[in-house]
Structure formats: C-alpha cells, structure tokens
Design a protein around this ligand. Structure first.
Ligand code: PEP
Ligand code: MN
Length: 264
C-alpha cells in the first residue's frame, strides 16, 4: 500500500468542487498569444492557467518551447487576470526558474514521470516548496512507475499532490493519440483513494473532436477535474495544433458536461 501524505489542493479563493478545471495553451509562444488566450479564458471563468515553457518533443527539430523568457508573460497573466499559473517542469533548473517567477503550480510530464532519475531531480529541487504539483502518468502503461513518481514528489514534502491521466502510448494506431486505458487510473484510485485524479483529454484524444466525449467519460468515472489545452488560434499553434480548442469551444465542452452519479 502506498503511504502518501496528502493534503487538499488549494488555489486560495478558488472553489475546487468537481470538476477542477485547468486550461491554457500547449505552449506559451509569444507574449501576445499567451495574454490574449489568458484573457479569453479568464473571462469565461477559468481560474488556473497552464502553458508549456519547456516542451519535451519526441523528435529534435520541433518547437522546444520559448524557455525562461516566457515566465514573465505568465506573471503578467497572473497580475492582470488573477488566474493561478502552472508550467511543466522536467529538471531542477525548470523548478528554480518557475519558483523565481511566481509560478503557482507545476506538473511533471509523461516523458519525465517515466524516468525515476529525472523525477528525483525535480523532487529534490521542490524541497521546501509548498505548492500543488500534478504528476502525469508515464507514457507507458506502468502503474507502479506512476505511483513511484508520485511517491518521489511526495517524499520531497509536496503534500498538495494530484495525478493527471493523459493516456498511454501504443504502437498500434487507434482513434486516440494516447490510449486512455481507463482501468489504470481506476486502479490508481483504488490504491490511493484520497489522491485527486484529473484527466487530460487533449493528449488522450489528440484531436479536438474527441475532447467532449473523453471529458464526459472522465466525469462519468467520477474523476476530479480536467486539464484541457486551449489556444486563441488553435490552427496556428506551434505545438499540438490539432487538439487545442478555442476558449469559446472549450466553454461549449464545459457547459455540456453532465455530472452523473459516481461510478467508481
Ligand atoms: C503537455 O501537457 O503539453 C505535454 C507535453 O503533455 P504530456 O507530458 O502528457 O505529453
Ligand atoms: Mn501539448
């Protein structure tokens, strides 16, 4: 049995009743794109804004994120809209930079959570920091590796911890970019019932058209929230263009969600 020491996630002033919503672009690209997207999301009631600053790309040569120059843009988002801001961290340097710029929450990406050395480096850098940290499932369908990553971050004293279910790589092509394999987060919930789990329909689906159904399925399974990629001009996005929603379309998806009776 996993022995995590957990406390409720807090974004002061935000009511975190289901579903907890985190939204924002896959990547911060320019100050204008970051601020314009954030203003639209804030206007529709989003309270926690995500944007990738350092992007772990499968193959070299793709856009790898703007790096630390994007962090002041996020700070502006926070100052102007009051939203909390979150970034992906994969190295100790990312953690120190994020802290320096007032980032409110961090998440560990799927490629990082598959690597215990990298997770431990992030965990060590987080010692003494008291913010929510979200751990994505590893790219491969390995529940023990996911729990191990959660334990490493928790072992560093991070008690505001949650898991993000973003689906799993398969060699066979399916309609999904990353197969949801719902039984894995369901089993995670069975093993650690007090751990919040949110679903990332953007990286599971890989295409806009699938986001609504995957989000509804996550709600039907009684998961706690959703992290969804949203960009003010998705077709022109520098990463993950086919899966991002305009803030307007995101609102339609969220408004249509039905919170049925819990099934787990
Ligand atoms: C992301 O959230 O943009 C990302 C890179 O996700 P993942 O780690 O799930 O692939
Ligand atoms: Mn992405």
């Amino acid at each position: 049995m996993s022995q995590l020491k957990l406390e409720p996630i807090k974004f002061p002033g935000v009511d975190l009743k289901r579903p907890m919503i985190i939204a924002g672009p896959c990547s911060a690209e320019t100050e204008e794109q970051t601020l314009s997207t954030a203003r639209l999301l804030a206007a529709m009631g989003v309270k926690v804004f995500r944007a990738g600053i350092w992007k772990p790309r499968t193959r070299p040569g793709a856009f790898e994120g703007v790096g630390s120059i994007g962090l002041p843009w996020l700070k502006k988002v926070k100052e102007e809209t009051g939203m909390f801001i979150g970034v992906e961290v994969a190295t100790a340097h990312h953690v120190y930079e994020a802290i320096k710029h007032g980032v409110d929450m961090m998440w560990v990406g799927a490629r990082t959570s598959a690597n215990p050395f990298a997770v431990q480096e992030v965990a060590d850098a987080l010692k003494g920091v008291n913010i929510p940290v979200f751990v994505k499932n590893p790219v491969n369908p390995d529940l023990e590796l996911w729990i191990g990553a959660l334990e490493r971050i928790n072992g560093a004293g991070i008690t505001q911890l949650a898991a993000i279910h973003r689906g799993f790589s398969t060699y066979d092509k399916t309609e999904f970019r990353n197969h949801p394999q719902w039984q894995i987060p369901i089993e995670l919930h069975r093993r650690i019932p007090e751990l919040p789990i949110i679903t990332d329909p953007s990286h599971i689906g890989g295409k806009r058209e699938l986001i609504a159904d995957i989000s509804q399925e996550a709600m039907d399974l009684n998961f706690d929230g959703l992290i969804i990629e949203s960009h003010y001009n998705p077709e022109k996005a520098w990463s993950d263009a086919s899966q991002q929603l305009t803030p307007e379309d995101l609102k339609k998806v969220l408004d249509a969600l039905v919170l049925r009776r819990p099934s787990i």
